[in-house]
Design a protein around this ligand. Sequence first.
Ligand code: J2J
Length: 542
Amino acid sequence: MLEPKQVWPEDYIARYREKGYWRGETMFGFLERRARDIPEHIAVIGGEQRWTYADLLHRANENAARFLSFGLRPGERVVVQLPNIPEFLSVVFGLFRANLIPVFALPAHRVTEISHFVEKSEASAYVIAAKDGDFDYRMLARDVAARAPGLRHVVVIGEAEEFHALEDLPHDQTLLPAEPSPSSVAFLQISGGSTGLSKLIPRTHDDYIYSFRASADICGLSEKSVFMAALPVAHNFPMSSPGVFGALYAGSRIVMCPSPSAETAFTLIENERVTITGVVPPLALLWMQAAPTSGHDISSLEVLLVGGAKFTPEAASRVRVALGCTLQQVFGMAEGLVNYTRLDDPEDVIVNTQGRPISPDDEVLIVDDHGQPVAEGEPGLLLARGPYTIRGYHNDAAANARSFTEDGFYRTGDIVSRTPEGYLVVRGRAGDHINRAGEKISAEEIEDHLLAHPGVFDAAVVSIPDPYLGERSCAFVIPQGEKPKMAALKAFVRGRGLAEFKVPDQIVFVEAFETTAVGKVSRKVLRQQLRGQFLKTIPMEA
Ligand code: J2J
């Protein structure tokens, strides 16, 4: 089994420690300290549950013992797929306490994605909630178990059927292991995935704690703050920017929001006096639209973080009046680098930029296609290196060769420019992914699924601007034999066991792909051509 690792060169490690970024804390260690300092303070609210820091710690310790009770060994990987419920935290901190390595899946993921995570991480266990809304995760777990023979255990929050019910497992805590090294990998996060399937991102205790501790500071979190997790909490943004982990680090109170609809979110903001939350741009638009007539008092809200996809200056300029709070733009990635506008920045910077890096030691380069720095203010490819940006993916040599420069910079694939004050403005993407309301979809991955249909000769998936989603996906398909029906083709992709957001929003049948110059063109050029033709001929609202 391949042990997840994340290694920085020795001189960088020394520098990051010396400067106090890496302080030798561990994920469980920081929670334990917080629970000692403020045991009676409410840590998390969700549904009918209200847990203090002492409760959360107690439950995490019990869960650690439960996970080890059926034979899991420290270092093994456990795929966690849970919605926004307090148990997300007691499970994940339980895994940290047991030195087991969570692999974070999103609630929207289905059998294809989950089996890929299980295989790639060599996970031996999978944790689910019995149900979320109408969806039964036990059915999904059966499909995953059938596809991924390495998976030995399924653990369920709620009615377990043939699986282990977490609650029923023994929790004798005498056998809990010693604290792990702070430089070891704490968990595997999931990449947005620009080419092919999602990659696994090993994050260490040291580097991740630095990123959310500093984020909590930049976002003004304190013991008085009430942070609402509105987006699925397994995603890097609501997890760490400043996210639930940043909130716990600061001793704040977390409110788990089961759905980000304006009605649900506003009700919780009003009832729990939420002070800060984060959303993707389409949700910010919806909330701004709903606020004047919602009848809810959301005046407790002080800060709204918006990120995951580009927030237009026009929309950004309306946040303060529409929601009565300060906008904080955040441009981040699960691989590391996170930028924020600062709360006291001038309005012009808050509205027009995606912020500046967390750390003085974040090294940001903006280069042309040949790797040469562009002139100041010009757009170019963003490369990043620093105290919480990874140097490599888990178990993926090909992706590592592609995604990192020889001197360890991560190629973000984003095209940005930099203002004279050092703030980044996102201009576009070099890679072929679709950023659909903050959900990243790899064109290549969906093309592969379409090509599996007998009625598809060739397929190219591109992003099309969308007034609501930011971008939506459009599949250009050359049919063969009997032309498939559009709805049937969408159902086919869905039936391959994919997250719903990956099903093409639109399908356009074409007779051939126009190929210029000499015969073959790269997929990249082809996608550009198709996108260009589409935008010329069809109005954006189509
Ligand atoms: C434009 N594009 C953005 C922004 C992310 C905080 C916030 C977001 C993420 C995230 C995250 C953007 N404007 N404000 O992990 O900690 C696009 C970029 C980036 C990619 C990363 C966090 N904010 N993006 O979205 O790993 O293209 O992380 O490279 O899901 O989202 O996606 P992801």
